[in-house]
Ligand binder design. Sequence first.
Ligand code: IVH
Length: 716
Amino acid sequence: MQPKENTSRSDAARDIAELSEQIRAHDALYYQKDAPIISDAEYDALRRRLEQLEAAHPDLIKPDSPTQKVGAAPVETFSKVKHSTPMLSLNNAFSEEEVREWDARVRKFLNLQDQERVLYVCEQKIDGLSFSARYESGNLVLGLTRGDGEFGENVTKNLATVLPQSLKGNFPAILEVRGEVYMTHEGFRELNAEREKVGEALFANARNAAAGSLRQLDSKITAQRPLRYFVYGWGELSHDYRMGKYHGSFIADAYNWGFKYVPEYPNKQLVGAFIEDILKYYQKMLNDRDDIKHDIDGLVYKVSDLAWRERLGTVARAPRWAIAHKFPAEQAITTVEGIDIQVGRTGALTPVARLAPVNVGGVVVSNATLHNEDEIARKDIRVGDTVVIQRAGDVIPQVVEVKKDKRPAHSQAYEFPKTCPACGSHAEREEGEVARRCTGGLICPAQRVERLRHFVSRNAMDIEGLGDVIIETLFDKGLLKDPSSIFHLHGLVAEVKAALAQRRRELAEARAKAKGKEYEAKKTKDSDTLIQNLLASIEDKRTVGLARLIYALGIRHIGEETARLLAKHYHNFHDWREAMTNTLQGDGDAAHELEAIDGIGPTVVATLKGFFAEPHNGKLLDVLAKELTIMPYEQSAASGSPVAGKTVVFTGTLPTLGRNEAKAQADALGAKVADAVSKKTDYLVAGEAAGSKLKAAQALGITILNEEEWLKLIGR
Ligand code: IVH
C-alpha cells in the first residue's frame, strides 16, 4: 500500500519508530535465537511498510533504522522448486549401542552371514545448511536449499558465489551434487566482529550465520560472507555417468570435477571401515573436537557399497543405509522459574520447565521438556531448583540433574494436575501409559488448537501462512474451529483482518506496558499483504495427496508411514473412507483387510475405529472432501511394475532374501504387503517352514510362488 498523502508527520514518525522497534525485535529472535515468531512473509510486510513510510518522509530516516543496514534478515521471495529426488534426513544414534543395533539391522536386512561384515564410510556431520546444486553440461543452473525435502528454495545466485560455476574434466551431462554450506569458527567470529562495529544484530552461532547468509535476497551480500561448502552426496545423475561401486568412487569423481569434500579429507577421514573401527574413530574425533575449525555435531556413517545401499533403500524420510552418531549434548546450569503444562493434539499433558534463559552451545534456552509426571517425580524437580540442562542438536532441551544442595528452603514437591489446565476436564492416566490425558476431546480448546497446528504443519498440509499466533488468534475469535474451517476463511476477510489487527494492538499494548509506557491508541496497521499471503497459501494447498491428508488429520498413532500404508492400500479417499466406515459397522471382511495390512497393528485399528466412531469426524471429512481435491496415492517408481496394486504375503524363510528386504522391495514396486492371507491376496511367496498361511492360501486357490519365481516375476 502506498503511504497516504495525508499521513501526518507525527503519525509517520511514531509508526516508523514502532516498526523499527518491531523489526529489530524480530531480527534478534531470528538471528540470536533462531526462533522467529512470525513468518518470513509477515516480516517482509513489516519491512515494506517501513520502507514506504520512510520513502514518503525521507527526513525521518534514522541512521540506525533497519532499512539502513546492509545485512537484513532474509525475506521470502525465493521461489520453490521441486527436488528431482527428495532430500532425505538422517536417523540419529546417541550411543555406541544404538550404532551397533543399526549395524545389526543393516546386516539382517541384507541377509548377511555371521562372518560377513559391512564396510562403512565415516564423515563429519557439519552443522550448516544443506543444498542441492544442479549442473547441466558442466554449468551451475539451479541451486536449492533443502526446504521440506520435497521442495527447496531457489537460491541459485547465492550458491553460485560459494560453489564452482562450471566444472572441469569429464562430468556427466546432468549432475546434481548435495552437500552442506557452513562457516568456520574463524569466519563466524570475523563476521560478527564486523557486524558489531556497525551496530548490526549479531548471529548467535555459525549455523545461523551460514543459514542467514545463504538466504539473502541480494547475492552480493552472500558473496561477502565467509561461506564454505562440502559435497556429501548426489541427486539426479544422467545415464552417461558410469557410477563406481562405492561412495568414495563418486566423491573422488566429484573432487576431479572441482568440488570439495568434507574438510581434511583424506587425512582425517575414514573412507572404509568396519563397525569396531568407526566406533574407535568416533572416540578419536570426540577428543579432537576442539581442534576442528568448524562446528560438527557428530559423525555420519554410511554403507559404502552402492549396490547394498540400493537394496537397503529408505523408510519414511531417512535412508536405512546411513545414521548420524551424535556427539554428547552440551550442558549448562540454570534455575527452574516455573512448571507449565502443555496440552497436545491428542490430549497428553506435557510438563515444561520455564528456565532462566541460558546459553547452551550457542543457543539461548528458556524451556526444557520434563516429559511426564513420572519423570518429574523420579528426578524430584521443583520450582526454584538449580538444574543441569542439556541440548543435543535439534532435540528439545532436557533437565538431566537437580542440584539438590542448592535447593531453596521450604520448597515443595511438584504436584501434577489431575485436571486439564486448558478446559478443566478430568485428566486420566490409562494403565500402562506414561501420559496423563485430558478427557475433554474436542471441547478442549488446547487440543483443538494443537490439531489445527498439526493440520497445517510442514509434513501435513504445509500451509505456510498459518503460523501459531495467527491460528490462536483466529481460533479465539471463532473464525477457525476445526481444520475444515481453514478453507472458509476466504469468505471472512473483513473478520480475519479485524481479528489480526486487534491482536497486534494487544501485543503492542503489552509491550508498552512491559516497558512501563502508556500505550497510545492509533489507527490500525495495514494487514492486506499478510491476509493476501495467507489466503494464497491456503488456496495453494487445496490439492493434496491422500497420504498427506490422512496424516494431517492427526489421528493418534498415525504417523507419516502409517498414513502412507493406508493410502497405498485403499488408493483413493472414497475407498479408504468406505472401508473405515464398514470396519466400524462390524463388516468382518473390511476389518480383516485393515488388520492384514503389513505394518498396521491392533492399536492403529482401534484408534481408527475410535476416530470414525465420532460423528464430528465424519462431518469434518465431508467438508474436506468438498473443499479439497484429494489425489489418489501414486507411487511414481512403481508404474509399469508387474506387481503394482497386487496384494502379496510373505511366509516362511526365503533362501536368499531377508524378510524385511523382500517386503521393502515389494512395497517399492507398488505391491501391497499384507501379513495375513485373504480372498484379496494375489500372491503368497512361501519359503521354508511355511505353515498356516500356506494352508490358507491353498484353500483359497491363491497363486503360490517360491523365492525364485517371485524374483522372476519382478524381473530381478
Ligand atoms: S548425508 C540421505 N552426510 O545432516 C543422506 N548429511 O540430519 C542425507 N549433514 O540434511 C544426508 N553433514 O544437511 C550427510 N556428511 C554428511 C552430513 C550431512 C551434515 C546434514 C545434512 C542433512 C542432515 C540430516
